[in-house]
Each structure stands twice: as structure tokens, then as C-alpha cells.
Design a protein around this ligand. Sequence first.
Ligand code: SF4
Length: 109
Amino acid sequence: MARGQSTENVAELSTRRLDEIVGDQGQCRGMDTDAWYPLVSHPVGGVAAKTAEAEREYAQSQCAGCPVTRECLELALRIPAGVYGIWGATSERDRLVLRKRRADEGAVA
Ligand code: SF4
């Protein structure tokens, strides 16, 4: 499949299609993805917190160069597993804000 799916309107893609695209083209495919879940790997403070921050920065730098960042973020916003970890270069907190914004927009519409 050709790269560059991000030119599509990701909101119009099915969740299944998003999963296929991310699985086929994601930059983290085949990598050890522990760094994408820094709070699970290092849940306590001190040195562990610094390691978690380094992992988060590493994961987000990988996401920044990924050809399917937008698809990955959209997928994370739709599926339960998307609550945790780094998806589409966003943190768990970032996506909480995005989910709330979507819920607010849906309530207005
Ligand atoms: S955006 Fe990040 S988490 Fe998503 S597929 Fe690409 S590298 Fe993996």
C-alpha cells in the first residue's frame, strides 16, 4: 500500500480501516514498544520518572516521523486500548483533552 494515507479525511475511515493502516504503515511496527507505555514501565517517581520521561520523548519523536500519525491518533480516540500510552505523538493527557473536546462538540451538535 502506498504511504501518505494522511491526505485522507481520517474521520471518515472505519475503525477497522484505521487499524489496518496503522498496523501496515506505522513506524513503530516490529519495534519494542515499551517506550510507548512509559507510565506502565515506570509508574513511580524519582529515577524511574526520568526514565519514563525519556521514553515518552523517544516514542513521540518516533511518532513525529511516522507516515500515519493522524490515523493512529484517530484510532486511539476510538478504541479502549487507546486510553493508554503514546499514540499519534500524543500522551494520555493529550487524548483526554481531545476526547472531552469531542464530547463537548457532540453535545452541542
Ligand atoms: S504514530 Fe507513533 S504509535 Fe502510531 S503507528 Fe506511528 S509510530 Fe506507532
